[in-house]
Design a binder for this molecule. Sequence first.
Ligand SMILES: Nc1ncnc2c1ncn2[C@@H]1O[C@H](COP(=O)(O)OP(=O)(O)OP(=O)(O)O)[C@@H](O)[C@H]1O
Length: 247
Amino acid sequence: MRLDGVSYRYGRAGRWILREVSVDLPPGATIVVLGRNGAGKSTLLQLAAGVLKPSRGVVSERPRPVGWVPERFPADQPFTVDGYLTSMARLHGVGDPAAAVDTWVERLGLTPYRGTRLAELSKGTAQKVGLAQALAPDPKLLVLDEPWEGLDAAARDLVPGIVAEIVERGGIVLVSDHRGETGRLPGAITWTVAEGTVAQGAAADEEGTAIIEIAVAAGAAAQTAAALREAGHDVVGVRAAAPKATV
Ligand SMILES: Nc1ncnc2c1ncn2[C@@H]1O[C@H](COP(=O)(O)OP(=O)(O)OP(=O)(O)O)[C@@H](O)[C@H]1O
């Protein structure tokens, strides 16, 4: 998937929030989007998810289905958890909506709330319904806006495993994170949104930094990336190596 020269402003007279953003989202990538409050992370995520259309530029090869979890789940809707999730799964064309809903209700600990109306849920539980709604169609692109903020601790702990399952199947996961809790997602590429642009890597003072490329066994990639992060390094990217040329 690719964003090509994507610019965005809210309304014709609005200021440009993003300017000429060109980025690749390779299959199997986890991308964590960093940036200060108001930098444009949510806007970028919504453009990637297709919730917003670029004012200029093109988004191409977006994998489908798309799972979109907004920063705040809009719980002011007259449905029960079960009713809402089943309708959403149907809308997304899920083959067996009941089975998909059962799976995610159980996995996210929503079983006691199946008959509860959305408006009566706590914020954390409502956020889990938002996550279940995005996961039920088995998304090839999952976009999570600030998942560490809205979700309760138990659900937060489930997120890295869920993300890993999607990227292992070649899906793409895009996560915004204004607190920089990137360490929770091993092997993630980081982008930083600032001043309308998107740069690769964390916004550490880049002066005097060096990029070291290392090759490790594919199975050890996530663990190595986590260990490097633990040691305080910024892991800029993890990719599959091309087959070796004979020398
Ligand atoms: N619907 C809207 N109409 C007008 N301006 C908006 C709208 N949504 C966001 N903005 C503005 O666009 C800018 C970028 O907002 P965005 O929500 O993308 O930032 P963010 O990096 O996700 O911030 P946060 O971490 O606070 O969610 C902000 O200045 C914000 O005020």
